[in-house]
Design a protein around this ligand. Structure first.
Ligand code: TYM
Length: 324
């Protein structure tokens, strides 16, 4: 059975970009792959500064995954910070990673260009920690959205460099990116992102969800005029959730005219509510049993450790660090 590994940062509430671009694939793949999935809380430390917020967002993310159908009997689901192996391997890999590679990292470049703050070493080193996350588990595939492609490529380069220099330890994985959902757009037409404030959250309360959807930016074509569906964010998001027939119907309405953007937003709101109806119910039930969630994470960490500790031992042997 092939193995996958992926993580999501608990840096905010997961949105439909996270879901369509990554989480949905993770849950589907549990049927046919050996899955290692985790809460990337060490990565979230680069942006979240409130300890209580980080704790809550981490548990909430676990709740979200479980509600969406992650089966902890099939998946090794864990919290990154429960395994010190990640940070330890990160240091070792950092010692063979050229500075210039990280300078070209897009998250780093963005932070530099915005110059809104003094970017941290953690942000600079972010791709090395991600390389450690990936390489520790020797996965075949890393299912992510397009924005993480560069990070997976950096992980591959670091892994290859290590293998060449010290001898084979790491498997070199492929990114797995579904073209149709590689970059889901947000309510303002840019990439949907927690940091742009343009998200539609999977589990937002109904009122909030409606507000997010009604806030989608549209042009000023009058209600009665025909509209171009392909350039409309509402339509483009609707397509992700609708079947072919529903998509065609809305497309016709746009082209015919007489359908305002307000109407299509309501359609989208109803569609998303229906789509996530079961997970929404399940999430409420699960949220009443947080001990169960902690138990899942504890067991997940134990299983993950068996793999991570073994890889780290091989790495230490190769580089000349004692293993106990
Ligand atoms: P994060 O938390 O930003 O996003 C989680 C996943 O959601 C995908 N994604 C999107 N896909 C399509 N359209 C969008 N608008 C969109 N926004 C986000 C992301 O590509 C990602 O797959 N660095 C990672 C977390 C991480 C990780 C790892 C992933 C840490 N270590 C090891 C894989 C392997 C991140 O910040 O994802």
């Amino acid at each position: 059975m092939k193995r996958i590994l992926s993580g999501v940062q608990p840096s905010g509430k997961p949105h439909i970009g996270n879901y369509l671009g990554a989480m949905r694939q993770h849950i589907e793949m549990q049927k046919n792959y050996e899955c290692f999935l985790f809460i990337a809380d060490l990565h979230a430390l680069t942006t979240v500064r409130e300890p209580q917020t980080l704790r809550e967002l981490s548990i909430e993310l676990a709740l979200d995954y479980l509600a969406l159908g992650l089966d902890p009997k099939k998946v090794t689901y864990f919290r990154q910070s429960d395994l010190p192996e990640h940070a330890e391997l990160c240091w070792i890999l950092g010692c063979i990673t050229p500075f210039s590679v990280l300078e070209r990292g897009h998250a780093w470049k963005d932070a530099r260009e915005k110059q809104t703050k003094d970017p941290t070493v953690g942000l600079f080193n972010y791709p090395v920690l991600m390389a450690a996350d990936i390489l520790l588990y020797k996965p075949d595939l890393v299912p992510v959205g397009q924005d993480q492609k560069q990070h997976v490529e950096i992980a591959r380069d670091i892994g290859q460099k290590f293998n060449r220099r010290f001898g084979e330890v790491f498997k070199i994985p492929e990114p797995y990116i579904r073209k149709d959902v590689a970059t889901v757009m947000g309510t303002d037409g840019r990439k949907m992102s927690k940091s742009y404030g343009n998200t539609i959250e999977i589990f937002a309360p109904e009122k909030e969800l409606k507000k997010q959807i009604m806030g989608i930016v549209t042009d000023s074509t009058p209600v009665e005029d025909p509209k171009d569906p392909t350039s409309c964010t509402v339509f483009n998001i609707f397509k992700y959730f609708a079947d072919k027939k529903e998509e065609k119907e809305l497309e016709e309405k746009y082209k015919k005219g007489g359908c305002g953007y307000g109407d299509s937003k309501i359609k989208l709101y109803e569609k998303i509510l229906t789509y996530f109806e079961e997970p929404r119910k399940k999430r409420i039930e699960l949220s009443m049993n947080l001990d169960y969630v902690e138990e899942v994470l504890k067991k997940g960490a134990e299983s993950a450790r068996a793999v991570a500790a073994d890889t780290l031992k091989q790495v230490k042997d190769k580089v000349g660090i004692p293993t106990t």
